[in-house]
Design a protein around this ligand. Structure first.
Ligand SMILES: Cc1cc2nc3c(=O)[nH]c(=O)nc-3n(C[C@H](O)[C@H](O)[C@H](O)COP(=O)(O)OP(=O)(O)OC[C@H]3O[C@@H](n4cnc5c(N)ncnc54)[C@H](O)[C@@H]3O)c2cc1C
Length: 414
């Protein structure tokens, strides 16, 4: 919107830099490409070049597989990033636009409405207690999962799936051993195949995010979340081994119940973007991409409206349908993956057979890399043909495997 010449006021309740949003992210090439579009260079949000070939997925002690990031958008890697660094880069980038004004330490508390009920501004408070009102033709709630704009506008939840909610907590650690295999370095995802998992994401400044996650209905922390976090990590020797010489340097962050939902995207004089509009589990690392993509779609529709090319209703109708079509299929795919990998506990026979044949299959892994980077449509990304061929070739290679033949998917001895 800044580039399109619109007058924009951005209100942020915290101070930048230094504030922290609950997030411990991986950034995929799809998200990087959207950051390129808004003029933010890679060296700014990933200053320590924390690049990885992809993800090493360990299925308990059964087997591991590697999902490489395919060469799309000119990049074949992902980054572990520090949210504070990314947010500061986004914030500073706005300095380029004289028509964009930023105000920190201002918390929005209420929406202002005209006599017809159309939102035409906000009322809020600076840290320190001074309150102020701002008027606007449109108020955008890009204020995260607990969006005050969504609440005050009575945005309807249009779709919610509660069955696959998870609890996730993380802290940053210093001195975590790198995960090296096949002459590359990887982000580690360790699934316990029991409703619990851990993810290890090296980020900037020598720090590594270590996450523990579980099905919401398995979350039980009578002695507090710190105890829960450490005992969950204790149950994963392959993660714990990397922490032998490491030290936890931040307090725990996270949430007990990560929601999966869509809200109504807009109403009279208001619109929602990012997590305020759509929340989903962090399992597939899609939140930042979705937030950037949704904001891009919204900016284009608002520009058309402000330039008189569309009425408000027409612009918002287009925003609603475009953003839903762009995000919903991936949402379904993430739910599906949660169901398979977090909410089912395969028997040893199933894990060593069907599951391994599929997850280690080259074509399946390539398709998953393309899916995660949003380079193929999520619907039917693993078609019956891909699955059947993965199962057949897995079973046949097991039968034909000679003694002493390399089994690259075997986990190294502990
Ligand atoms: C544990 C965890 C791990 C994750 N991992 C990944 C990952 O690997 N990859 C990925 O892409 N995504 C990941 N995500 C998701 C990602 O963090 C979110 O999807 C993304 O942050 C959404 O961005 P947003 O701008 O919509 O909201 P937020 O990042 O929450 O930003 C909202 C902003 O609004 C401000 N604000 C809130 N209320 C007010 C108010 N009343 N007045 C003024 N300002 C206000 C906040 O201070 C904040 O700056 C993860 C999330 C979690 C919880």
């Amino acid at each position: 919107m800044g580039a399109a010449g619109l007058e924009v006021l951005i209100l942020e309740k915290d101070t930048l830099p230094g504030r922290s949003v609950v997030s411990c992210p991986l950034l995929l090439s799809s998200g990087m490409q959207l950051l390129d579009e808004i003029g933010i260079e890679e060296s700014i949000y990933a200053p320590d070049n924390t690049r990885f070939a992809g993800v090493a997925l360990e299925m308990s002690e059964y087997f591991r597989t590697f999902v490489e990031i395919p060469d799309v958008y000119g990049r074949h890697f992902l980054y572990g990033i520090d949210r504070q660094v990314l947010d500061e880069a986004l914030w500073k980038n706005l300095d380029r636009f004289s028509n964009v004004t930023q105000l920190e330490n201002f918390s929005v508390r209420e929406l202002q409405k005209n006599e017809e009920g159309r939102v035409n501004g906000v009322i809020g408070m600076f840290k320190g207690g001074e309150s102020q009102a701002f008027s606007a033709n449109c108020v955008i709630g890009a204020d995260g999962r607990h969006s005050i704009v969504a609440r005050k506008a009575n945005a309807v939840v249009t779709e919610e799936v509660t069955q696959y909610n998870t609890a996730v907590y993380y802290a940053y650690w210093e001195g975590v051993e790198p995960y090296k295999a096949l002459e590359k370095e990887w982000v580690q995802i360790h699934s316990g195949c029991n409703g619990f998992s851990a993810v290890v994401i090296p980020a900037s400044k020598g720090l590594t995010g270590v996450l523990a996650q579980c099905r919401h209905d398995y979350f039980d922390a009578p002695a507090g979340v710190d105890e829960w976090y450490h005992s969950t990590l204790q149950s994963f020797p392959r993660v714990l081994g990397r922490l032998k010489n490491a030290r936890q340097v931040t307090a725990l962050s996270g949430m007990k119940n990560v929601g999966n939902l869509f809200r109504q995207a807009s109403g009279k004089g208001w619109a929602l973007a990012g997590d305020a509009y759509h929340q989903k589990d962090s399992y597939d690392a899609q939140g930042i991409y979705d937030a950037l993509l949704g904001a891009k779609i919204l900016a284009s529709q608002l520009t058309d409206w402000k330039e008189g090319k569309k009425s408000w209703d027409m612009a918002m109708e287009s925003y609603n349908s475009e953003v839903h079509d762009a995000l919903h299929p991936m949402f379904m795919s993430t739910l599906d993956r949660l169901k398979r990998e977090m909410f089912s506990s395969p028997s040893p026979k199933m894990a060593n057979g069907l599951l391994r044949w599929v997850l280690t299959n080259k074509k399946y892994r390539e398709r998953f890399g393309l899916l995660a980077t949003r380079s193929i449509p999520p619907k039917n990304w693993a078609s019956p043909a891909v699955m059947i061929s993965a199962i057949l070739s897995g079973a046949v290679s097991d039968i034909r495997r000679k003694r002493n033949q390399e089994e690259w998917w075997k986990l190294p001895a502990l």
